[in-house]
Design a protein around this ligand. Structure first.
Ligand code: C2E
Ligand code: MG
Ligand code: MG
Length: 391
């Protein structure tokens, strides 16, 4: 462990820099950006990992100085990287202490105003334990950065005591699955379940999800199959100095390994949930006597076929991934039909229709739903066949 005064001297002598570890999209197989990880390189060339000084810096409050000292360096690096590929997003680790006053926040806002850095190229990572007792000043400062356009990731998700609760308290855009859970998911069924349900949770909350600590091709395939969208880990690359990272992105490598079959499964579950939520609300309201004060449809899922989760997938990422698959093309008509019946049912219940009038239309809705499911399952089977052919 390093001492506080040694760290202070290291700051004065400019001995800190960032290594960059790539993140890869499981949808496109391309590098989406990287995580900046601090390294202390002593004048004699010794490299000191953050575990040897970040905990001390956090305890003593020195972390604030490190963060503010490193931020201009980070911006300089990001501008070089986005010059090579404008889509790259860089994430940066922060501690809750960095938000106890507005020093760091103001420094970010100042940089955004006075440099060509776009806010959406920068992501802040916060560990869940650090946010555990997020005071209002911390939340306010984080909110200022979110409003300025930065994204926010919960680091090491699953390791603290309150991950799920914290997700509702701060405006996270991304979950980073802890490397310990990822590392155990192939040998422990419970860990595998935690990984797949965390991915589902992120999907339902509309958050992106990055699995950390991916060390093997097998883990990569498991995550692809589970619907994860991004990975980071030694199997892709270890963290490296910026010069090496530049060569890395310039080689234009691709890790794509076929159809992202997990996303098709997500679409299946989305559809099943949509139908159930709609039918449940329709039946609940139609069963109430006429004139009942609660006879109002309040919890209706999106009725437009482009706005439900399946529709957003179909007309969004689905079009880029699956447009040439017959089962995907054949999905559009029954899905559209399903929504038309849904709209009709909502109108009927709104006009006071009773259960017996609704029943034949509910049956039509179910028939369309079965057709949607059958097309999605055909697509899923195609994906699974493709995946096992590759393996
Ligand atoms: P983290 O943010 O969770 O970063 C991921 C850590 O896991 C990094 O360790 C990375 O090198 C390591 N890692 C990545 N892929 C794999 C893998 O496949 N297998 C294994 N076994 N490890 C992998 P690193 O760089 O030593 O950083 C450790 C922690 O120090 C970070 O964890 C982060 O919490 C903290 N940290 C790093 N840089 C900074 C910084 O600039 N500011 C602050 N406040 N904390 C930082
Ligand atoms: Mg991190
Ligand atoms: Mg982490």
């Amino acid at each position: 462990m390093q001492t506080e005064s040694a760290i202070r001297k290291g700051i004065e002598n400019n001995e800190f820099s960032f290594f960059y570890q790539p993140k890869v999209s499981l949808v496109t197989g391309k590098v989406t950006g990287s995580e900046a990880l601090i390294r202390w390189i002593k004048p004699d060339g010794t490299l000191i990992l953050p575990s040897k000084f970040i905990p001390i810096a956090e305890q003593s409050g020195l972390i604030k100085e490190i963060t503010c000292h490193m931020f201009p360096k980070l911006v300089e690096d990001i501008l070089v990287l986005t010059d090579i590929d404008e889509h790259l997003v860089t994430s940066f680790n922060t501690s809750a202490k960095d938000f106890e006053d507005d020093c760091f926040t103001q420094s970010v806002l100042h940089t955004l105003k006075n440099s060509s850095l776009s806010a959406n190229k920068l992501q802040i990572e916060l560990t869940e334990t650090a946010t555990f007792e997020a005071a209002s000043v911390i939340r306010d400062n984080i909110m200022i950065l979110r409003n300025a356009g930065l994204s926010l990731a919960m680091d090491d998700f699953g390791t603290g005591y309150s991950s799920i609760d914290t997700l509702s308290k701060l405006p996270f855009t991304t979950i980073k699955l802890d490397q310990g859970i990822v590392g155990r998911m192939l040998t422990s069924d419970k860990n595998a379940t935690i990984v797949s349900t965390s991915i589902r949770l992120a999907h339902e909350l509309g958050l992106s999800i990055v699995a950390e600590g991916v060390e093997s091709e097998e883990q990569y395939h498991y995550l692809l199959n589970a619907g994860c969208t991004e990975v980071q880990g030694f199997w892709i690359s270890r963290p490296m100095p910026i010069s090496q990272f530049i060569s890395f992105i310039s080689t234009n490598s691709s890790w794509s390994s076929g159809i992202p079959v997990g996303l098709i499964h997500m679409a299946i579950v989305d559809h099943v949930q949509w139908r159930k939520n709609l039918v449940s609300e329709l039946i609940k309201i139609a069963s109430l006597p006429e004139g009942h004060p609660n006879r109002q449809l309040l919890k209706i899922p999106p009725l437009s076929c482009r706005e439900c989760r399946l529709g957003r997938w179909y007309y969004g990422v689905g079009q880029t991934m699956f447009h040439d698959h017959v089962a995907f093309q054949e999905l559009e008509f029954p899905h559209d039909d399903l929504h038309k019946i849904g709209q009709l049912l909502v109108e009927m219940v709104g006009n006071g229709a009773k259960m017996e009038t609704l029943t034949p239309y509910l049956q039509k809705l179910s028939a369309s739903s079965m057709e949607v499911l059958s097309k999605l399952q055909n697509l899923e089977d195609e994906g699974l066949t493709d995946m096992h052919r590759i393996e």
